[in-house]
Design a protein around this ligand. Sequence first.
Ligand code: SF4
Length: 346
Amino acid sequence: MTEVPPLFAEMPAPQTPKLIGIARMAAESGLLEGKRRVEYREIEAKSYISRCPNPQLPFKWTINPYRGCEYGCKYCYARYTHEFMELRDGDLFETRIFAKQFDAEAFRRELRKIPWEETIAIGTATDPYQPAERRYEITRRMLEVLARMPGMRFWITTKSDLIVRDIELLKRIAGHSQVSVNMTVTTMDARLARLTEPYAPRPELRIGAVEELRKAGIAAGVSLSPILPLLNDSEESIDAVVGAASRAGAQWVWHNVLFLRACARAVFFPFLEREFPEIVGRYKARYNRTDFIKGEYLDSVKAKVDRARDRHGIESGLVRRREAASEKSSSMGRPQMVLPFILSVP
Ligand code: SF4
């Protein structure tokens, strides 16, 4: 008989940590659907609208219809949001997706409390048009509520062409509220996009969606974000995105350079080691002690984006919706402004 080593024999059984709040709700959530890679669960929503804690951002409120994001972008900073549910494995953020139980009346009550001049950003920590939306339609149901509430002010950030499904709804909303769409396109190189954003729609599909939105008269632009040093920061790569955006009728191209939280570094560095081992050392030298790059590099990227915008005749993040203002006046008589897009991860 094998003797049990005393150290282990004497050790008390590990205690299961007591889960509270959102972590408890995640643990108790019912399985909606499981498929090969991704598991969908339904989760109770205490509220749908959250106050944005960062006063530097140009919106006060955020809405994320899902928790977790199936697109699995290697640089995604939102992975930490799963940690609130004690789901710390980096993969679970992209493979265990929670759909929020939707109560239209409760959502409407929350919306009524938002002052009209305060902007709501939809899709700051998950993509509101990720594959789960095809089935659960929570984003769509939220838009249906917004379509009956004039005088709202919000934007949607996505990487998905599924948004064209909701064009008719968005048109109705644009008749009485300020709505704009921010499509994230980091590269026109489908191969690079497949590596860095493995399960997101191809870049040309996203650009096609911008074109459809613009044809329908919806304010829409492109977020070239994040710029990944040494991967998509060449003059050629930036020009390809800005040119495609311009040809699609995008009203702006906005950019931001990669910032890497610890939770993102844990996924992004091993990814670089696998796919781009020749540059991982340079990334670590820059990002190991700080989440943000500072200094001349930022200026050089900005200069490249500015040159591309000049070449293609397109504006930056802060643009006046001259077209929209002349095409139709807001029923509320409010200024027609498309706000800068500081957060543009999805
Ligand atoms: S689409 Fe956005 S939220 Fe989703 S994984 Fe990519 S970066 Fe994260």
